[in-house]
Write a protein that binds this ligand. Structure first.
Ligand code: SF4
Length: 77
C-alpha cells in the first residue's frame, strides 16, 4: 500500500520551517500537499539528496530544490 505521508515529515527541517512561518505562502502549502503528502514525494529534492549523499541539504531547501526563503524575499521586494 502506498504511504500517504512522507516518513520524514516529523523530522523534516523544511516542513518544520513551514509550520513555524508566521505567514505561510501558498507556494509552500502547495509543496507540502504535492510533495510531503502527495504524489511527488519520491521526487522530493531533499529525499533524493539524502539518498545520494547521506546528508540533508540546508534547512531552507524546499522539495523542488529551491531555497524557499527566496519566495519570502521576493514577496517582500
Ligand atoms: S520536504 Fe521532502 S523530505 Fe521533507 S517531509 Fe516533504 S517530502 Fe519529506
Amino acid at each position: 500500500m502506498e504511504q500517504k505521508f512522507c516518513k520524514r515529515l516529523p523530522v523534516c527541517p523544511f516542513f518544520r520551517a513551514v509550520q513555524e512561518s508566521e505567514e505561510i505562502l501558498d507556494v509552500l502549502t502547495e509543496y507540502v500537499q504535492v510533495y510531503c503528502c502527495g504524489p511527488l514525494q519520491a521526487k522530493c529534492f531533499r529525499i533524493i539528496h539524502f539518498d545520494n549523499y547521506g546528508t540533508q541539504p540546508a534547512d531552507d531547501i524546499s522539495p523542488s530544490g529551491l531555497d524557499f526563503r527566496k519566495y519570502l524575499n521576493l514577496k517582500d521586494a
